[in-house]
Design a protein around this ligand. Structure first.
Ligand SMILES: [Zn+2]
Length: 145
């Protein structure tokens, strides 16, 4: 169950998710202009992580808890066997977060179309491939059931 992963990820360093988020600062050299359009102050966007675990007939893109439009996305990247980073963002209101060293669900597989260098704190590159990201999530969720 996702909730469990999420809580374990949180307690790993004895800190909150918010602390994780601000701790990891990836450089976005050359992308400053694109970077400033993203709002990483609204942590509610992270709630969609729980939605994907609970909802077997999930509508993708996911409903954004902030602007209430169906434009929210999720991508994870497994760096270690168990842990990785999770990005959540909304194409409409540009809310975004990422949490590092989170415990990922077992069914998650990295996508071959996302390169390591494209994983920045703001979802600049992920947004460019957002249709593929959505399709990838849908395929993993279908495989899981
Ligand atoms: Zn939104």
């Amino acid at each position: 169950m996702w909730q469990k992963y999420y809580v374990e990820g949180k307690s790993l360093d004895g800190g909150s998710v918010m602390e994780f988020l601000t701790l990891e600062v990836n450089m976005e050299v050359g992308n400053m202009e694109e970077s400033i359009k993203w709002d990483d102050s609204r942590y509610e966007i992270m709630d969609i992580i729980e939605v994907i675990e609970d909802n077997k007939e999930l509508q993708i893109p996911i409903k954004c808890p902030i602007c209430n439009t169906n434009n929210a996305h999720i991508y994870m990247y497994r760096f270690e066997i168990v842990r990785g980073t999770i990005w959540t963002w909304c194409s409409n209101c540009k809310s975004c977060t990422h949490g590092s060293r989170m415990k990922l669900p077992e069914w998650w597989e990295n996508a071959d179309f996302i390169d390591n260098s494209e994983l920045t704190s703001h979802p600049i590159f992920l947004e460019r491939k957002v249709k593929m990201v959505d399709k990838h999530l849908r395929q993993l969720l279908e495989k899981r059931i």
